[in-house]
Design a protein around this ligand. Structure first.
Ligand SMILES: *Cc1c(COP(=O)(O)O)cnc(C)c1O
Length: 363
């Protein structure tokens, strides 16, 4: 991983000096199952409609800062009001703004690792203190008995559901208990919710708890990782805070137009989402059948697997088979674990074949 030069280290704030540039460890490969994107192309009908929308989008004027047309569409979709929606340059920007607004020196986040590491990075960057409530080391389920007392004194708690990279979800009961117990804000990061079973989303708790924030993105199920649009659903005064700290023009005119088309045509994505869910179960069974491989059930478009020599296995997959998966083997709590994005059937077949061969070689 790249690190900062001595020269700039002397110039920056201590919180910044502790950071290193984000490196997803990307290597171009024939099959990329490393970043939990939807590996299907945009449906042709959607692509055509996006092209048409973009062709007539003026570029000389600034975008609508709050993306109100898109907000209205999202509000209608989720049965809330415009005032309950804030759009951002990907979920990541909204997470950053969330920390900017509710974190910082003197504020405390409760984080539940192993999980998305961006929360930890943004906490450090903005000087927020982090209390960790580790998930069960075998099942990666939340430890509610430990978590509830911790959130009693927290300013923020983030639960990822489905959790990246373990695939677990939070129940409505547990989410409600967190909202009741935490005097601060409870964020549920639902970046992968479209791949989960019906009824898993906690968005229906929004009407009961004004300290609940739900994060969604167009990056995963809706094939827009490259476009950068996400949104949060929350109480109007929480949205006001996010609106106050955000840079006004981060969601550009093309991104707004594209997300509007995708929102209006979201039903077109259902067949591929269904296919990915089906493939997830098929891939899970095939991986579990491999000697020495442990696989966890998942509600996302990815599977966490553990096997001996995972780091070497990943390197062989990349270098000999041109298949890229994500290495978590040096992440605390995830020894010898890899995360595999569920791809198209032929990609999954190629992965299974390659992994079986690599395991025979490495064993
Ligand atoms: C991918 C992801 C996001 C947001 O991704 P964006 O591309 O920035 O919208 C948020 N949370 C989790 C857990 C993710 O995996």
């Amino acid at each position: 991983m790249a690190s900062l030069s001595k020269r700039v280290l002397d110039l920056v704030r201590p919180e910044v000096a502790a950071l290193s540039p984000y490196d997803p460890n990307f290597t171009p490969c024939k099959i990329n199952l490393s970043a939990n994107e939807n590996t299907y192309d945009l449906p042709v009908r959607v692509r055509t409609a996006i092209n048409e929308a973009i062709a007539t989008t003026p570029t000389n004027r600034y975008p609508d800062p709050m993306a109100n047309e898109l907000r209205d569409q999202i509000a209608l979709w989720h049965g809330v009001h415009r005032e309950n929606v804030c759009v951002g340059n990907g979920g990541d920007e909204l997470l950053f703004n969330f920390f900017l607004a509710f974190g910082g020196p003197g504020k405390r986040l409760v984080d539940c690792p192993p999980t998305f590491t961006v929360y930890d990075i943004y906490s450090k960057m903005l000087g927020t203190s982090v209390v960790r409530c580790w998930r069960d080391s075998k099942t990666f389920e939340l430890d509610m008995d430990a978590l509830l007392p911790m959130v009693r004194t927290a300013n923020m708690v983030i639960i990822t559901s489905p959790n990246n990279p373990t695939g677990n979800t939070i129940t409505h009961d547990d989410a409600a208990r967190l909202c009741q117990t935490c005097p601060g804000i409870v964020m549920i990061d639902e970046a992968y919710i479209e791949f989960a079973d019906k009824g898993i989303s906690c968005e229906d708790l929004l009407s009961s708890y004004d300290n609940l924030v739900i994060l969604h993105t167009y990056s995963k199920a809706f094939c827009l990782a490259g476009v950068r649009v996400g949104y949060v659903l929350a109480a109007p005064d929480v949205i006001d805070v996010l609106a106050a700290v955000r840079q006004p023009y981060t969601v550009d005119v093309f991104a707004q137009a594209t997300a509007q088309v995708v929102t209006s045509m979201r039903g077109v994505f259902l067949p591929t989402i269904k296919q990915i869910r089906y493939e997830r179960e098929r891939l899970e069974r095939a991986l579990a059948a491999l000697e020495g491989v442990q696989v966890w059930p998942s509600q996302g478009n990815f599977l966490l697997v553990r096997m001996p020599h995972a780091g070497i296995v990943r390197a062989h997959l990349r270098d000999k088979w041109s298949i890229l998966v994500r290495d978590f083997s040096s992440t605390p709590g995830l020894d010898d674990c890899l995360r595999i994005t569920v791809g198209m059937p032929e990609e999954n077949d190629a992965l299974i074949e390659a992994l079986a061969a690599v395991l025979r070689e490495v064993a």
